[in-house]
Design a protein around this ligand. Structure first.
Ligand code: 5AD
Ligand code: SF4
Length: 458
């Protein structure tokens, strides 16, 4: 074995949002000198659980999974192998000391701002008995370290790029400001460098990530202050980058320059995740969203005026404390007015330390269930109608992987739908025009519009 091939193996299990997916990839990058990644926990020397704290269900998974991992660890010990178990991510940040106390199998706990120190923390954990708990907020240090750790080639066509982390909005239901800390924007120069490296490795699509991605701001290369709109224009110039997306945005931070980017930048895809959470002004105020339903609807009109084929997705919470049937009816009305291509719907889950959790007006579970059911039915109808409206349409598809069936490849429409086409795998990594001729439940299929290319390809 060459010195470049690490003998030890790390298995990383990721829960939660796309930022956690990005973080897991970057954890593997910082550990790459000592650990190769594996998909099999049984053969790993180091197991990392990258956790999510956003709702109770996600959070509880940690303890269940740690129970299973403990068995793997004990079995390995009988074979004379030492397995180190670490908890990372937002539960590590929020409940680090408790995890270390409660879960005896855990050897280290690392918050999302500190994973650049993983190699040294893992070494420390292997040599001490008390699990190190590292949960400082040092996003500057973290991103500086990541700048010096180039992303390794994962053979991806589409990649995430974390541009911003943390949140200062303090919605009253949300743990993010406590687990991810204050808003921090990575410097533009670092982002352009990381995007260039990714493009050099064959990445064609970048999804810019941040808990409040459109709050991103920084010093531009021209000496001026840039916002996300300006950054998107610059990233579109990186050779090889064909498509740009960003998530998750807040209505308050959709400025004119960003809306103009949707009008003027063809690389910016016409699909926007713009959560509103609820449709009642009373509830929006209690959530501390700092905008009304009317503000949101006017914003959606402006975005659609800039980019008429824009499709929207959203996040909704039902059963926020104090939500009445009448409030919920306003959420349904808002959804009917906007019409979404897709949306995530959640029952309100009280989170420790957040203001809404201590409200005495908690909504009974039965009402939450009923509202969730009705909202999901409405959104499912809208999603199906949106997908049907693509039938017969010619659209650009970025092919990013082999399909399930032999001879098939798969890609994404501009609106994030999966599209299957019978064509050569040589087209993976390319954008081609496809005419949609069939709809499945969650996918679409089509034929390459350029028949000549198709003949060459097969
Ligand atoms: N309960 C239910 N849903 C929540 N979200 C955030 N916090 C909570 C909570 N306490 C949802 C919001 C957010 C998405 C990421 O998760 O809709 O936009
Ligand atoms: Fe949480 Fe988003 Fe609100 Fe920030 S803006 S507190 S991340 S829901």
């Amino acid at each position: 074995m060459t010195p470049e091939t690490p003998q030890k193996k790390v298995f990383i299990r990721t829960h939660g949002c796309q930022m956690n997916v990005y973080d897991s990839g970057r954890m593997a990058d910082v550990l790459a000198g000592e650990y190769a990644t594996t998909g099999a926990p049984e053969e790993a020397d180091l197991i990392l659980l990258n956790t999510c704290h956003i709702r109770e269900k996600a959070s509880e998974k940690v303890y269940t999974e740690l129970g299973l991992l403990r068995r793997i660890k004990e079995k390995a010990a009988t074979e004379g192998r030492t397995v180190t178990i670490g908890v990372t991510g937002c539960v590590a940040q929020a409940e680090g000391e408790e995890i270390a106390r409660r879960a005896k199998a855990v050897d280290l706990v690392v918050g999302p701002q500190s994973y650049q120190r993983l190699p040294e923390i893992v070494r420390e954990a292997r040599s001490t008995r008390r699990p190190p708990v590292t949960a400082d907020f040092a996003p500057g240090e973290k991103f500086a370290a990541l700048r010096d750790t180039p992303p390794r080639n994962r053979g991806e066509v589409s990649a995430f790029l974390a541009v911003q982390e943390g949140c200062d909005k303090f919605c009253t239901f949300c743990v993010v400001p406590y687990t991810r800390g204050a808003e921090f924007s990575r410097p533009a120069a670092d982002l352009i460098a990381e995007a260039t490296r990714l493009a050099d490795m064959g990445v064609r699509e970048l999804t810019l990530l941040g808990q409040n991605v459109n709050a991103w701001h920084g010093d531009g290369q021209d000496g001026a202050q840039w916002g996300l709109g300006k950054l998107l224009f610059r990233l579109a110039e990186v050779p090889g980058i064909a498509r740009l997306r960003y998530t998750t945005s807040h209505a308050r931070d959709m400025d004119d320059a960003l809306i103009a980017a949707h009008r003027d930048l063809p690389a910016l895809m016409p699909y926007l995740h713009l959560p509103v959470q609820a449709g009642s002004d009373r509830i929006l105020q209690a959530m501390n969203r700092r905008h009304t339903a009317g503000d949101y609807l006017r914003l959606v009109d402006r975005i659609r005026a800039a980019r008429p084929d824009m499709a929207l997705s959203g996040d909704f919470i039902v059963g926020f404390p104090g939500e009445t049937d009448a409030d919920f009816a306003e959420t349904l009305r808002l959804v009917e007015t906007v019409t979404y291509a897709s949306a995530f719907t959640f029952k309100y889950s009280p989170r420790p330390g957040t203001p809404a959790a201590s409200s005495r007006q908690q909504v009974p579970a039965a009402a939450k269930n009923e509202r969730l059911y009705r909202l999901q039915a409405l959104i499912a109808d809208q999603q199906a109608a949106f997908n049907r409206s693509r039938l017969g349409m010619e659209m650009d598809v970025l092919f990013d992987r082999p399909g399930k069936r032999p001879g098939q490849i798969a890609g994404r429409s501009p609106w994030l739908q999966t599209v299957h086409v019978m064509a050569s795998p040589d087209l993976i990594g390319e954008v081609r025009s496809v005419t949609i001729d069939a709809l499945g439940t969650n996918t679409m299929s089509g034929v390459l519009s350029d028949a000549r290319t198709f003949e060459e390809a097969v």
